[in-house]
Write a protein that binds this ligand. Structure first.
Ligand SMILES: Nc1nc2c(ncn2[C@@H]2O[C@H](COP(=O)(O)OP(=O)(O)O)[C@@H](O)[C@H]2O)c(=O)[nH]1
Ligand SMILES: [Mg+2]
Ligand SMILES: [Zn+2]
Length: 287
């Protein structure tokens, strides 16, 4: 029988098949390579994980397998909206091959929401799914749920943006018998050590990890950075040089689009700033 690993703890592997969770041991030799999100073949009688399917990807720190989406949680206020920081989180998702779902949290704290929305419209214009919510007041969560589908999603975002609050709200909203996590959360014992997948009614999963607060983009090559800004795509082929970095080269179609207001100035500034940082790091390494 096949199932998904929702948690590993104390040498046990919790495998969910349909609506049931089986607490399994594992064949010794594969033990080290199994993480939440992995699809496992189990022997129901012996409660043994026999083998694990080849995974699509594996996120590190914390380790979660087969993740497809990254919920990027930012807050409109306290802490204040920081678009440059948001761009870095989006970059982390893009460079990891994850679909970013951009959440603007704490709408209950602002009385001029339309102004905020106007200022943040660029993200939906680029083509990202954006969500406005109050994780604390359970407002605006349904639209997010619809987009979680049957995929595995992780939550990332700056400290204080409401990640733990959102996880708690999700658990409260989906109280399924299989969500052992709810008990754990109620007791307030919520550590980064054990990742657990929260089962959604849509058959998808959200990792309950409070991780992914730090942005991990150091491994991106400056030459590849441009591919992670989807709004550059339609102009890239029109640049004079195929290797154009869109920073200083003549005949750059991206810069022309910027001047014509077709590419957002702040997004471009984020790109340039990160490009410079990555280049400086490469200079340090390669001399
Ligand atoms: N007003 C308001 N406060 C929120 C909301 N979501 C979270 N908070 C508060 O923001 C603070 C940080 O939230 P937390 O979930 O710990 O953020 P994390 O660091 O991202 O996990 C806490 O005091 C929460 O109660 C929200 O939607 N509205
Ligand atoms: Mg937290
Ligand atoms: Zn260019």
């Amino acid at each position: 029988m096949e199932g998904i690993i929702t948690k590993t703890l104390g040498g046990f592997f919790f495998v969910k098949t349909n609506e049931e969770i089986h607490k399994c041991r594992i064949r010794g030799k594969i033990q080290k390579q199994v993480y939440p999100g992995d699809i496992a073949k189990i022997n129901l009688e012996d409660k043994i994980v026999e083998s694990v399917k080849k995974r699509d990807n594996l996120l590190t720190r914390p380790k979660v397998a087969n993740v497809e989406q990254m919920i990027i949680l930012t807050s409109l206020k306290s802490p204040p909206m920081d678009k440059n920081l948001l761009d870095r989180f989006i970059l982390m998702a893009e460079s990891s091959g994850l679909i970013p779902l951009i959440v603007f949290n704490k709408i209950d704290l602002v009385d001029n929401l339309d102004e905020y929305k106007g200022n943040l419209e660029i993200y939906s214009e680029i083509g990202y799914n954006t969500f406005y919510m109050s994780a604390k007041q359970h407002k605006g969560l349904n639209k997010l749920y619809q987009n979680l589908g049957n995929k595995i999603s992780v939550i990332a975002g700056p400290s204080g943006s409401g990640k733990s609050t959102l996880i708690n709200s999700i658990v409260e909203d989906v109280q399924l018998p299989t969500n052992e996590v709810s008990e754990k959360l109620k007791r307030g014992v919520h550590t980064t050590k054990h990742v657990e997948l929260i089962t959604l009614p849509s058959k998808g999963y959200v990792a309950d990890t409070p991780g992914f607060t730090n942005i991990n983009i150091e491994n991106i090559e400056s030459d590849s950075l441009r591919y992670y800004f989807p709004e550059f795509k339609e102009y890239e082929d029109l640049c004079k040089f195929s290797t154009c970095s869109h920073t200083h080269e003549p005949g750059c179609a991206v810069k022309e689009a910027l001047e014509n207001g077709l590419i957002n100035q702040e997004r471009y500034e984020s790109y340039k700033e990160i490009y410079k940082e990555l280049q400086e790091k490469e200079d340090d390494i390669y001399g």
